[in-house]
Ligand binder design. Sequence first.
Ligand SMILES: [Fe+2]
Length: 146
Amino acid sequence: MNKNVAVDELQSFLIELTDLALTGKQAHWNLQGPLFLTRHEQLDTLVNDARLWSDEVAERIVAIGTPADGRVATVAEATPLTAFPAGFVADDKVVGLIVDRLDVIIERTRERIAALGEVDPVSQDLVIGIQRDLEKYRWMWAAQQH
Ligand SMILES: [Fe+2]
């Protein structure tokens, strides 16, 4: 196993999932509009899964012998996700904001899965499972766009 490649791929995934969890809460709190309750709850479901996924990814990094870095400064510096807009967010705008962020993570994770397949099939298996759920969330959020 090329440990460095595996850790790099997992560490960048940890950063993206941590950002997703924080962003989901930001949206959950500041949502406004007639679909508030549905999307408020949907966002928390996504946040809960993003936290579980980030925990699994971090623990995989440590299991292969490297410390995980989930510090807020690290996430802020390295995340590929655009900063979520400050302030209240309308329930019809939040859908696109979440889909856009899921798209970035999903696209990067497609490449990540290919890279991990070369070096560590066990880490790859973990990431494939998370990708399946990310793509399911992406579908369910995108289906609400009109
Ligand atoms: Fe809440």
